[in-house]
Write a protein that binds this ligand. Structure first.
Ligand code: PMP
Ligand code: GLN
Length: 403
């Protein structure tokens, strides 16, 4: 049967009046497409080896995929509990306790998130109110500032210092940036993009700054299992005073080579987790059920994450060894799967132009570190990601050796 297609809107519209989209004032005027998406697109357009966006070009353990399949076949396909499946929350709490000595209550202090990006946004949304200031240490991961702004907060920037030992946090400047309006300080260790890692003396200095205040801390620890040269990850939860005021964010994407699965978690004291969950239940509600069960089963074996530092340290060393044959100057770093290099002996282009040139002319994509600053800052440094098969790294090194 042919039903006449007629609606009120259609009856009222005349052929010479096209529907008009209302003007929308943007909430994020300084935001465009992320640098990672831009550089990955440029790399694929030019057939470049993509050492730009941070993701492995090798697959995860097939046992992990089997565990997801098993969970799906067992019918674990409906909404899980809002805070995450209990077996996974317990596995996370056990792991944190075993590694860092702090016990979170699995029921009230661990929340499973749709990756760290959501954990970070939700943390800011539940803590920050209009007019609050959030201290951001630059260079900073690109989601931080838009997330602060969406929460109505104002970012206050402190820049890391670059010296012979690499990038370090100037805690005296962080202390000087604190004002009566400071609601939160954001830290990231191991640090993207610089690869620097905090140590216990950094934690002490941070504790000195926040002691006696209401300042909260967001600690981004997604690279917690990529700390090299025998150093230990300085999780903020190792420090009882800091743990009492921190939202510790992590992500399984980095640890298990599954960046596309987007599952992570936030560990925070019960009172903070309760506020986090109020927002969480209305911006994601729940996170992929079978993946949560699979991760819980897979985490029973600690070997994959305990072996990760050695796995990535070998790749880092392979990459660094090859870079010795180039005119790049290495920026010392102790963690993550990123390596920053100073290219000023090679070119005086801006970081963005040099990254584009490397991608289009030399066939190796990189990320300009200037993209991690709110105000353009040129240091002559770009970031490479070495989470790649050895042959990918070797091909990139061969191309880089040409300059
Ligand atoms: N924080 C940092 C420092 C990151 O590098 C990333 C992404 N690689 C994230 C957060 C986001 O993690 P996820 O992919 O789990 O959202
Ligand atoms: N975190 C990854 C990086 O720093 C990229 C994630 C993304 O593309 N947003 O390269």
């Amino acid at each position: 049967m042919n039903i006449p297609h007629s609606t009120t809107a259609m009856t009222n519209s005349t052929p010479d009046r096209l529907p008009v989209t209302p003007a929308l004032e943007t909430k994020l005027p300084r935001v465009g497409t992320t640098i990672f998406t831009v550089m990955s697109a440029l790399a694929s357009e030019h057939g470049a080896v993509n050492l730009g966006q941070g993701f492995p070009d090798f697959d995860c353990d097939p046992a992990l995929i089997d565990a997801v399949t098993d969970a799906m076949k067992q019918g674990l396909n409906q909404y899980p509990p809002m805070t995450g499946v209990p077996v996974l929350r317990t596995a996370i709490a056990d792991k944190i306790e075993a590694l860092y000595g702090h016990r979170y209550d699995a029921a009230s202090e661990i929340t499973v998130t749709a990756g760290a990006t959501q954990g970070i946004l939700t943390t800011l949304l539940c803590c920050v109110r209009t007019g609050d200031e959030v201290i951001v240490i630059e260079p900073a991961y690109d989601s931080y500032v838009p997330a602060i702004e969406l929460a109505g907060g104002t970012p206050v920037f402190v820049q890391m210092q670059l010296g012979e030992t690499g990038y370090t946090v100037p805690w005296d400047k962080v202390a000087a940036a604190v004002s009566p309006r400071t609601r939160m300080i954001m830290v990231n260790t191991p640090h993207n993009p610089t690869g620097s890692v905090l140590d216990t003396s950094d934690l002490e200095k941070l504790a000195d700054i926040v002691r006696g205040t209401d300042i909260l801390i967001l600690s981004d620890e997604v690279y917690e299992h990529m700390v090299f040269d025998g150093r230990e990850h300085a999780s903020l939860c190792r420090h009882p005073e800091l743990a009492a005021r921190s939202f510790v964010n992590s992500s399984f994407g980095k640890t298990y080579h599954v960046t596309g699965w987007k599952v992570g978690y936030v560990a925070a004291p019960a009172a903070l987790s309760a506020e986090f969950r109020k927002v969480h239940q209305f911006n994601v509600f729940t996170v992929n059920t079978p993946v949560q069960y699979a991760l819980a089963a897979y985490m029973k074996n600690p070997a994959p994450y305990l072996e990760l530092p050695a796995f990535y340290q070998r790749k880092r060393d392979l990459f660094l060894d090859g870079l010795k044959n180039t005119r790049f100057k290495l920026v010392p770093s102790g963690g993550t799967y990123f390596q920053c290099v100073d290219y000023r002996a090679i070119s005086d282009k801006s970081e963005a132009d040099f990254s584009k040139w490397l991608t289009t002319e030399l066939g190796v994509a990189a990320i300009p570190v200037s993209a991690f600053y709110a105000q353009p800052k040129e240091s002559g440094i770009v970031r490479f990601c070495f989470a790649k098969k050895d042959e990918t790294l070797q091909l990139a090194l061969k191309r880089l050796a040409a300059i």
